[in-house]
Every structure is written in structure tokens, then in C-alpha cells.
Design a protein around this ligand. Structure first.
Ligand code: SF4
Length: 224
């Protein structure tokens, strides 16, 4: 599997925010979000090929009980089934962070899906592929059913994003209580600038407000 980085930190997003976790970040993505916060896994993919047993061993050496398999898009990473089954055998709780455009056989405790809204469409040659792939209700429903728990994290940039979110929830029959709205941004200032209107949307619709603790704590840094 092509691995961009493996590091021990705290989960910054979603229902497990604050939980010490080892992050296994695969490199390679089928989308190209305009605001991608890990361009070294998508626009300019970096990393090295690692045998799956070595990935599991390195993750285990951190002592973490929670593993976050992320990317890039981990569901297209070569060996994703073997990796997640190995992490389960090692006794870890497994979160998979995916954009929700590809389904695969995986061992998973929390399927953390972040469907990409229109606000993610880039300019240029990637625009058409990105827009064609980014929302697939059938795949989203299969992923939601693949693990005991799921969450839908939406990166929002403007109040108008709500309309598209509601269309997706209607097409997938997702529960509002599993929906998390996260401000787009990689600095505490940028996140805070969107916080008030997002909090009001959450209050009106029963969604959760999604902080990004790693940005609050460490700022715009890689490997944290
Ligand atoms: S799906 Fe994730 S990794 Fe891929 S381009 Fe979008 S934000 Fe980046």
C-alpha cells in the first residue's frame, strides 16, 4: 500500500474527537477537492510502498487502541481489506475516513463518510471527473450499512450548502443525528469565521457541529 504517513495523535474530528489514535494515511485519491487539506495524497501524491504487515506493526508500536485509516481515499488503496482485517486482529478499534465514492470489503467499527459538496469542485481538467464521482447515493448507503456505526461529515463553506446536504440525506435516508457540519479551513481563524452560522444551522436541523481539534491545537501542520 502506498503510505503517505503514519503518526500518533488525537482524533480531531467527528464523534471520536479527542481520542488518542494512530493515523494511517494512504496516498492516492479519485477526487480533487479545490480545498483539499492533504494535497500530498491527491494533487501531488507522495509516499512509499509499504507491505501491509509493516504498516500494522508500525501502527501497533504506537500503543494506540484506536486506528484511523484515512487518505487520500483509503477505499481505493491496494490491500485495504488485508490492512483493516489485520488491525482488527491486533485488537484495534477501526475508523475509516472516506469520501464515500467507493465501496470495498473492510473491517470497520466507525464508517466516517465525508461526501464532497459542490463547494469542492476544482477548476481545470479534474472538474468533470470530480463532479461525476463525488456523490453516489447507492455507494453511500452501502457504506453506511457496512459498519456498526456511521457518521456523515460535511465540509461547509457557505449557508447555501445546506440545500445540497438535504438532498443527499433524502437520497440516503441518513439520520440527522449522524450528520456533522464542519467549517472549511486549515487555520483556527478561518474555522472561527464560519462557526456562528454553522452552529445556528445545527440548532435548526438537529445536526452536530464538528470542531477540528487538531487545527485548534497545532494549526496548519502535517502529521498531527
Ligand atoms: S477526497 Fe479528501 S483527499 Fe481526496 S481530494 Fe478531497 S479532501 Fe483531498
Amino acid at each position: 500500500m502506498k503510505i503517505a504517513e503514519i503518526f500518533y495523535s488525537i482524533q480531531g474530528e467527528g464523534t471520536l474527537a479527542g481520542v488518542p489514535s494512530v493515523f494511517i494515511r494512504s496516498s492516492g485519491c479519485n477526487l480533487r477537492c479545490s480545498w483539499c487539506d492533504t494535497p500530498y495524497t491527491s494533487w501531488q501524491p507522495e509516499g512509499e510502498e509499504m507491505p501491509i504487515p509493516d504498516v500494522i506493526e508500525k501502527a501497533g508500536q504506537t500503543g494506540a487502541r484506536y486506528a484511523v485509516v484515512t487518505g487520500g481515499e483509503p477505499m481505493i488503496a491496494k490491500g485495504i481489506t488485508e490492512l483493516t482485517e489485520g488491525l482488527r486482529l491486533a485488537g484495534m478499534h477501526i475508523t475509516i475516513e472516506t469520501a464515500g465514492t467507493v465501496d470495498a470489503e473492510v473491517a470497520c467499527d466507525l464508517m466516517s463518510i465525508s461526501p464532497k459538496l459542490r463547494n469542492s469542485i476544482p477548476h481545470g481538467v479534474w472538474a468533470a471527473q470530480h463532479n461525476r464521482l463525488r456523490i453516489q447515493p447507492g455507494v453511500l448507503k452501502r457504506l453506511m450499512a457496512r459498519a456498526p456505526e456511521y457518521q456523515l461529515k460535511f465540509v461547509v463553506t457557505q449557508p447555501e450548502d445546506l440545500e445540497e446536504i438535504r438532498e443527499i440525506l433524502s437520497a440516503t435516508e441518513a439520520e440527522p443525528g449522524r450528520v456533522i457540519l464542519m467549517p472549511e479551513g486549515t487555520t483556527p481563524e478561518k474555522l472561527r469565521s464560519k462557526a456562528l452560522w454553522i452552529a445556528e444551522l445545527c440548532k435548526s436541523h438537529g445536526y452536530r457541529y464538528g470542531p477540528r481539534l487538531h487545527v485548534d491545537i497545532w494549526g496548519d501542520k502535517r502529521g498531527v
